[in-house]
Design a protein around this ligand. Sequence first.
Ligand SMILES: Nc1ncnc2c1ncn2[C@@H]1O[C@H](COP(=O)(O)OP(=O)(O)O)[C@@H](O)[C@H]1O
Ligand SMILES: [Mg+2]
Length: 382
Amino acid sequence: MSEGQNGSIVQVRGLRTYFPIKSRSLIPRVVGQVMAVDGIDFDIGAGETLGLVGESGSGKTTAARSVLMLVKPTSGSVKIDGTEITGLNARQLRPIRRKTSMIFQDPYNALNPRHTVGAIISAPFEIQNVKPEGGVKRAVQDLMQRVGLNPEHYNRYPNEFSGGQRQRIGIARAVALHPELIVCDEPVSALDVSIQAQILNLLHDLQNEFNIAYLFVAHDLAVVRQVSHRIAVMYLGHIVESAPRKTIYSMPLHPYTRSLLSAVPVPDPVRQRQRTRIVLQGDVPSPIDPPPGCVFHTRCWLYERLGKPERCRTEEPLLRPFTTDQTVACHFAEELVGQGVGESAAEAAAAAAALSATPDDDEPEAGADAGATIQESPVQQA
Ligand SMILES: Nc1ncnc2c1ncn2[C@@H]1O[C@H](COP(=O)(O)OP(=O)(O)O)[C@@H](O)[C@H]1O
Ligand SMILES: [Mg+2]
């Protein structure tokens, strides 16, 4: 990877997290593995946001939780501030826990309904035995004020708050000890669009104030675009492309990134009308039995357009540096250099023709879902 090795708050190398599948017999045996995260690398610098984006089931949550050892990785390395954490026990993890925290997708489930807001936001102080000047209650009320909650609501319960306010409670708890890293797992996905912007602005302001690094997980490229410095695109347990935000949107090189991007509206109505949407068909294949070679080839429009090169089915593409700050895991990324994103109707039509002409009998599992179809209609609002 091209990111700075020194000064990284998070350094992840070859991270794999598999979930064993056990038989239901009297003495359960491991009969398979869900390869939820299958060898990913990334770095996050101080005060930086890495957006991790991909469809549901691509392994984002598992990756996010593995980085904080909330789920134990199967192999690979995770360093927080230079300390390898994958082998540490609960006691050894405590000082790391102080530097890190997590914001969850669902503010309804993430807060204990029987605890007051005061108790919820005090918890990190209690757990880490931190005694702020002026007392915990004062610190908590300052935090409530900072995140836009009324400090007088200290003794209220989560069910007395709206969804957006509950997420503010979760954010106050997450920033309480001024962590260096916060892992945000779809923090606005459960909120109304109007509330989303407020919460994203709050996260942004807190980042500037406390120099927090975020690992920001979302399934929606429009959301990560608003918050990320760099973006990593995940597909079926792999990172398929990684680049600075601007590059991902202006010069994406992986066919999957292009498919995701073609669904994101652009602000210019003329360009918006000219764009062609690449709609991926079917779901992400099962991580229990991922496709051989390139995991994306069963749904890849470029694979179809190039006449199904054997290499895509047999050889796993490694995440390779393409420029100094862009990496891509595609054997044929060079094919897309200089071509606009979803703007070339000819490119799209060629892919669609290739798809309808050649049913994909190599991939019985993906069946009728394999490949992509192209819609000429205007892009739907995300
Ligand atoms: N505890 C678990 N046990 C077994 N399989 C799991 C577990 N958690 C997640 N998975 C599987 O791992 C894959 C990735 O899931 P997840 O990390 O939640 O993806 P995402 O957050 O991108 O939707 C999915 O196929 C999911 O069913
Ligand atoms: Mg998830």
